[in-house]
Design a protein around this ligand. Sequence first.
Ligand code: AMP
Length: 289
Amino acid sequence: MQIWSTAAELAALDDLRSEGPLVLVPTMGALHEGHLSLVRHGRDLGPVVATIFVNPTQFGPGEDFDSYPRDLEADLAMLEPLGVRGVFAPTVHEIYGGEGEVIVKAGRRSRDLCGAGRPGHFDGVLTVVAKLFGLVKPDVAIFGRKDAQQCLVIDQMVHDLKMGIRLIDAPTLREPEGLAMSSRNRYLGPEDRERALALSRALGEARRLIEAGERRTRVLTGAMSEILEICDSLEYAEVRSVPALDTNDVIAGRTLLAVAARVEPARLIDNLVLEVGPDTVTEASLLDT
Ligand code: AMP
């Protein structure tokens, strides 16, 4: 496994391109099984390159950029046995040095949900992802469905800026009790972890209601909000169409159930993507790939 920290070193990627579609798995490190599942998914498609970069421009003032867990050695030790061919772990200066005037502005899909509570977050995400795409020039990029709005915002960028990269949203990996894996889960003590289960429980309850025939958005968001009352604060419990992220009074077709709440000291998000037919409800992906 090669390790690169500068753009110049990425010339080594050209040796991998002949082996098949080059697959990029971007991460901020502090890796867990969820990240590794993206790598395992990618391995079946072609040589996999991972990036580890805690991107300052996607953190707002007062967010956890400084305290975000960083452990490059541990991350590399997890990636090596999976057959990752190379890891790009640049410095902030390598990515943002120079003039740094151009940023990518996320469109309509970024407005609500996490975008409402984290102004500028998705502009930061798109700017760094565009830079990583420009540096690595992957054929395929894999992102986690866990960050559903992120997937849809990146999908819009790739489409609008004609980047020609195939995007895949990989399913969310969960702890056995249902908690979605996240680097921020390590902020949680045992009691916090118990309350954090409210997020997956709220989504499970909304799914149960939909399976029982409920289609009214108001009823579904009400049921999720009630379960999330146990958290320190509820940021949102929403039901949106996919991919546009519109709100409709009654759901039909591909639907995102999305929740965000604080269980101090962490801000947690989770979601479920369902294909809702007149009589059937099945789990679905966000992107058609
Ligand atoms: P992060 O390091 O948090 O930026 O995450 C890097 C990638 O891993 C993103 O595409 C995330 O959506 C994805 N990811 C994070 N948590 C999970 C999970 N529990 N299951 C699957 N993918 C995940």
